[in-house]
Structures are given as structure tokens and as C-alpha cells.
Design a protein around this ligand. Structure first.
Ligand SMILES: Cc1cc2nc3c(=O)[nH]c(=O)nc-3n(C[C@H](O)[C@H](O)[C@H](O)COP(=O)(O)OP(=O)(O)OC[C@H]3O[C@@H](n4cnc5c(N)ncnc54)[C@H](O)[C@@H]3O)c2cc1C
Ligand code: FES
Length: 271
């Protein structure tokens, strides 16, 4: 059993769990994900890591409460234990000297982009971080992300903080003005990653997205996480979750994520 050593609600509906998992903490790298199961009868769900502390042996994940399993996780308190916490899973993100890198996050991805921005900055790159939320009260970790970035650009859909609109609007403006960006890395909801990929496509700026299809085993055996990238079938859990956003078949990703929506609704209503 893995113990929760800290937990907080970052903003309404987005929570941060910190778990004591020394083995996972000793190996984790930016871009990896874990699979967590809230209790014995719970569902195994994948979450990207948002932070870790190798000395203390802890790993933190930011998650959005969207259905039954994330509601069970959100109900856990400090000192509670989870049944399963497996990782690191997936491939770590490639950290190199790229030049200027835009690190882009939205909803739970604001948490997940933090360790990516930190590692990319430590590798000697110029980091411009872009985060978005529907409104200012849904923004979190601005200072934390600012500290690992050369610049931070905030967007809100309602214009209550930063620029009005979305990360994709900012990228389109920056690239349209001729600003040089060598790489974009985006993590968050599927539509945001799709919009960011479309914004950078015509400028030919490589855009890495962290795909979040439905997963079951997370080790390449069940096929649940099948996606199509560059016309080839890939399993996001072992071949990704990071892929070139310009090569992803977004229609398939969006359709497969909705495949069990009726069952998810029934499950949520029954609980
Ligand atoms: C590699 C990866 C990393 C992820 N990282 C994060 C993260 O850091 N924070 C976060 O909030 N969310 C993350 N997700 C999404 C998260 O796993 C789902 O939101 C969660 O499983 C929903 O479960 P639920 O029972 O609460 O909701 P449900 O009502 O069951 O589902 C709501 C929606 O979530 C998606 N979903 C459902 N079950 C799964 C599943 N087993 N695997 C993946 N998606 C599912 C479906 O699109 C579904 O329509 C990640 C997904 C993947 C694949
Ligand atoms: S989750 Fe089963 S193959 Fe990827």
C-alpha cells in the first residue's frame, strides 16, 4: 500500500496528491506517467507526474476530477493509502539543447508541464511557458512555473487574467510576428493539444504532445490506448505518451476517448 503524505485542492476540481513511493521517485523523469488505483475495487487510471522529491521518496500528481475514479482519488485524505501506484511508465521526454522551447499547459497539464519546463531550462534552453484556464480562479502554479521559465504567458478564456483566449492564439501570434521558437511541448486536455498543433503546423515548428487516450494495463498488452501517428498504429503507453502533434490522427484520438461515455455516465450516476 502506498501512503498519501500530502494532498490539496489546487483550484476547484483540480487536486494535487503527493505519495510516498521511493522506488518510483528514484527513477521518474519528465514525461513519465504512473498508474494509480484508489482502492481495491477501483479502476487503474494513468496520471502524468507533476513533481517528485528523490530524497524524500515522494511523487506528486495533479489531476482533474472528471468521473468516478478521479472522484474517489479526490476524496482521499492525508495518511490514506492507495492500492496501486505503478511507474514510471511510458517514455521520458527527450531533453536536449533545442534553443527556444515553448512549454504549454492547460488544466491538469499546468502541473504536468512544470517538470518538463524545469528539465528543459536546466539543459540550457530558453523556456517560454504558456498556460491557460477558463478564468483566473482556475490558474495555479504560476510562480512555480515562472521560476523555471525565461518568460510566462498566461491566457484565460474570459480575459480575467493575462491575454484573452488560448495558448494556441498566443503561439499563432508569436510565430506570426516572426518570434523564433525551435520546439513546442504541450500537455493538457486533448482539444488544447490539438489546437496548439494546428497553430504551429503552418510554421513548421515541431510540436510534441502528451497523448491521453484511455489506458488499461499501461504496459502495451491490451491495445486500449491505440492511436495513429504518421499513418502507423502506436500504443501510447509504451511508444509514447509523447508524439509529434502534426502526425497524430486527432479525429481517432477524440473518438476513442469518448468510446465509453455512456458507461462512464452510468457508473458516475450509480456511485
Ligand atoms: C498518459 C496519460 C496521462 C494522464 N495524465 C493525467 C493527469 O496528469 N491528470 C489528469 O487529471 N488526467 C490525466 N489523464 C487522464 C485521466 O487518466 C482520466 O481523466 C481518468 O482516467 C478519468 O477517470 P474517471 O473515472 O474519473 O472518469 P470517467 O468518467 O471514467 O472518464 C472521463 C473521461 O476520461 C477518459 N478516461 C476514462 N478512463 C480512462 C483511463 N483508464 N485512461 C485514460 N483516460 C480515461 C475518457 O476520455 C473519459 O471520457 C491522463 C491520461 C493518460 C493516458
Ligand atoms: S494501455 Fe494497454 S496497450 Fe496501452
Amino acid at each position: 500500500m502506498i501512503q498519501i503524505v500530502d494532498r490539496s485542492m489546487l483550484v476547484p476540481n483540480i487536486h494535487l496528491l503527493t505519495l510516498e513511493a521511493p522506488l518510483v521517485a528514484s527513477k521518474i523523469q519528465p514525461g513519465h506517467f504512473v498508474i494509480i488505483k484508489a482502492n481495491e475495487k477501483g479502476e487503474r487510471i494513468p496520471l502524468t507526474v507533476a513533481d517528485w522529491n528523490r530524497e524524500k521518496g515522494t511523487v506528486s500528481c495533479a489531476f482533474m476530477q472528471v468521473g468516478r475514479s478521479t472522484r474517489k482519488l479526490a476524496a482521499l485524505k492525508m495518511g490514506d493509502e492507495v492500492e496501486t501506484f505503478v511507474g514510471p511508465l511510458g517514455k521520458a521526454i527527450d531533453i536536449n539543447r533545442f534553443g527556444t522551447v515553448a512549454c504549454v499547459g492547460g488544466c491538469y497539464g499546468i502541473g504536468s508541464i512544470y517538470p518538463v519546463a524545469r528539465a528543459i531550462k536546466s539543459a540550457g534552453n530558453r523556456v517560454v511557458s504558456l498556460i491557460e484556464a477558463r478564468s483566473r480562479f482556475l490558474l495555479y502554479w504560476e510562480e512555480k512555473i515562472r521560476q523555471v521559465s525565461d518568460a510566462l504567458i498566461v491566457s484565460t478564456s474570459d480575459g480575467s487574467k493575462g491575454e484573452k483566449g488560448h495558448n494556441s492564439d498566443r503561439l499563432r501570434e508569436m510565430l506570426g510576428e516572426g518570434q523564433s521558437i525551435d520546439l513546442v511541448v504541450a500537455i493538457g486536455c486533448t482539444f488544447m493539444m490539438y489546437a496548439v498543433s494546428e497553430a504551429t503546423r503552418s510554421f513548421g515548428v515541431k510540436t510534441i504532445v502528451s497523448l491521453n487516450p484511455i489506458m488499461v494495463d499501461g504496459t502495451g498488452m491490451c491495445g486500449a490506448c491505440r492511436v495513429e501517428v504518421g499513418g502507423k498504429t502506436k500504443f501510447a503507453c509504451v511508444d509514447g505518451p509523447d508524439f509529434d502533434g502534426h502526425e497524430v490522427d486527432w479525429g481517432l484520438v477524440l473518438a476513442r476517448r469518448k468510446a465509453y461515455i455512456r458507461h462512464e455516465t452510468v457508473s458516475e450516476e450509480a456511485s
